[in-house]
Design a protein around this ligand. Structure first.
Ligand code: AMP
Length: 263
């Protein structure tokens, strides 16, 4: 059994996860569920793009689609939540209170529904992947969690359902994320190890383009704890960005020492 949880509005990134799941399993379930518990009160739950018919057509019979409604996933009386520990304390955690608890809860429900399986998640949501790996271990779940590389547009923009919100000028400004990550990845490849220098290279691209910045952080690749100041990042570290271009919140990352420069 393969499992690919999504919120729909499927793009090539999602389809790549389904293909990856097919490599591990004969039978793949792709879930499509815009999960209300992972959205904050001022976030885009109501206007999140929904296109079930289009999504089913894109999946092209490659898998079974599981598209429950909210009442099926959270029936009357539902009150149990999966609380995440230290992995949710940095990066997106402080900026999206309750987000990872919502993700952890819904994905744990999906794991329970799927039964023993290989579940594939994108490295685009790097922190989410780390948290879900932890949950599978901590709760002794019969789930193998597999991470899949970020799928990008030809110009470097990480694919995202939220890219549909971007106006043409914002779509151009959104390239600052991958450009910033790439600049830092090139410096890392050339031997730079100072967290502050790597971060500044990314910030130099993102700052002029973003409407607001949640974070540009170099963090330990597994524990996700940020490197402060000019600390040496060692052989492997994640550089992650979250910012708004216009009103659209975008995230992107690169694993220094693992991923090369983008493009
Ligand atoms: P979402 O529908 O945005 O919740 O994403 C569903 C799954 O697709 C998650 O595991 C994401 O990390 C993954 N995903 C979304 N965009 C990409 C991308 N550009 N490349 C790889 N995986 C992605």
């Amino acid at each position: 059994m393969g499992l690919v949880p999504t919120m729909g509005a499927l793009h090539e990134g999602h389809l790549a996860l389904v293909r990856e799941a097919r490599r591990h399993a004969d039978f793949v379930m792709c879930s499509i569920f815009v999960n209300p518990t992972q959205f904050g009160p001022n976030e885009d739950f109501a206007r999140y793009p929904r296109d079930l018919e289009g999504d089913v057509a894109k999946l092209d019979g490659a898998s079974v689609v599981f598209a429950p409604d909210v009442a099926a996933m959270y029936p009357p009386g539902d009150e149990t939540r999966v609380r995440v520990g230290a992995l949710a304390e940095h990066l997106c955690g402080p900026h999206r209170p309750g987000h990872f608890e919502g993700v952890a809860t819904v994905v744990t429900k999906l794991f329970a529904i799927a039964g023993p399986c290989t579940a594939v998640f994108g490295k685009k949501d790097y922190q989410q992947l780390a948290i879900l790996r932890r949950i599978a271990l901590d709760l002794f779940l019969a789930v193998r969690v597999v991470g899949y590389p970020i799928v990008r547009e030809a110009d470097g923009l990480a694919m995202s359902s939220r890219n549909a919100y971007l106006k043409p000028d914002e779509r151009q400004r959104a390239l600052s994320l991958s450009r910033g990550l790439s600049a830092a990845a090139r410096a890392f490849a050339a031997g730079e190890r100072k967290a502050g220098v790597l971060r500044a290279l990314a910030l130099a691209e993102v700052e002029p383009a973003a409407s607001s910045i949640d974070y540009v952080t170099v963090a330990h690749a597994d524990a996700l704890t940020p490197f402060e100041g000019d600390a040496d990042v060692g052989a492997r570290a994640v550089l992650a960005i979250a910012c708004r271009i216009g009103t659209t919140r975008l995230i992107d990352n690169v694993v220094l020492g693992e991923d090369g420069p983008i493009g």
